[in-house]
Ligand binder design. Structure first.
Ligand SMILES: Nc1ncnc2c1ncn2[C@@H]1O[C@H](COP(=O)(O)OP(=O)(O)OP(=O)(O)O)[C@@H](O)[C@H]1O
Length: 294
């Protein structure tokens, strides 16, 4: 992944008033606020190819927006462009009304926390330290851990059900367990925005639902969340809105019922699909059909 890593202490950072403004405070009335995440006409190229081509979307606080689409559609690229790990070639990403390019990495980290795709390249750190890094690396003052930090870490580990692994090295965990640690790390930051890249990809069905329910709870408490989710049925079940990406462009956007149509799925995924209402969960259910299916 190419990109901008403007690490370190920025002279614009660090005053107490910014702490109060940027961190938590989710009880305010958010009606008149700019969207927490706004992507405007975004263009991103990778390896000389244009992989996002004029993408626009926005996520308000209290909203969970699912990014769906086929492999290579640009979902991971969009998440990375939002959190600043990837540079952009055109358009803009605004976080709480400010162009991301005008924000230091610390300021970005105080607005949005990211749950990356799980990978097995993990360092020999105890789980608790990894979760704590989500908070102390950028969000609170570097090098000091306050009681509030410790409390946030403890809460996040409990919510993500990783407290039992607190002292174990992350390298000794299964892929799904590591995925939950990454989720806890993002929760510990207690940011108003969450970016999630396939947060349930390595999880069993119990933890898939549990994790997405936790995201839902966080959103119902006032966070804004943008989540790349492969599983269309899970996405339909928990998201307020879906954005269907294909070939680096937005092909459809709206409620799950609006987006998950036979035609849109055929166009984006190149597959014939049946979309039915699932009475058990009250959301659309997509089934890919084989050639011989009626
Ligand atoms: N480091 C890179 N260099 C060059 N091209 C890249 C790089 N990373 C991704 N791409 C290309 O960018 C496009 C979008 O990739 P991206 O990972 O954003 O898709 P995605 O929708 O997240 O896919 P998936 O569902 O498979 O995870 C793909 O065509 C991919 O091959």
């Amino acid at each position: 992944m190419s990109g901008r890593e403007d690490a370190g202490d920025d002279p614009r950072d660090g005053d107490a008033s910014r702490d109060a403004r940027d961190h938590g405070d989710q009880d305010r009335d958010h009606d008149n606020e700019p969207p927490m995440i706004a992507v405007r006409d975004l263009v991103v190229s990778r390896g000389g190819e244009r992989v996002l081509d004029g993408v626009s979307l926005s996520v308000d606080r209290g909203e969970l927006v699912g990014l769906v689409g086929p492999n290579g559609a640009g979902k991971t690229t969009l998440v990375a462009a939002c959190n600043g790990t990837l540079g952009i070639d055109g358009g803009a990403v605004e976080l709480a009304g400010t162009d991301r390019r005008e924000l230091s990495q610390r300021e970005v980290a105080r607005r949005v926390a990211t749950v990356p795709q799980e990978t097995n390249t993990a360092f020999e750190f105890p789980v608790e330290s990894v979760v704590e890094m989500g908070r102390t690396a950028y969000v609170s003052r570097f090098g000091t851990t306050t009681e509030a930090d410790r409390e946030a870490v403890r809460r996040a580990m409990e919510r993500a059900e990783v407290a039992e692994f607190a002292d174990r090295s992350v390298t000794t965990l299964s892929g799904g367990e590591r995925q939950r640690v990454l989720f806890a790390r993002a929760l510990a930051a207690e940011t108003p925005g969450l970016l999630l890249d396939e947060p349930t990809a390595s999880l069993d069905i119990n933890h898939q639902i549990r994790t997405l329910e936790l995201v839902r709870e966080a959103v119902d408490d006032g966070k804004a969340a943008l989540a790349a989710i492969h599983d269309l049925n899970l996405a339909a079940r928990v998201c307020d809105r879906l954005v269907l990406l294909a070939g680096g462009e937005v092909r459809a956007s709206g409620t799950p019922r609006e987006v998950l149509s036979d035609d849109a799925l055929a166009e984006a995924f190149g597959v014939r699909a049946a979309v039915n209402d699932d009475p058990a969960v009250g959301s659309p259910m997509v089934t890919a059909l084989r050639e011989e299916d009626p």
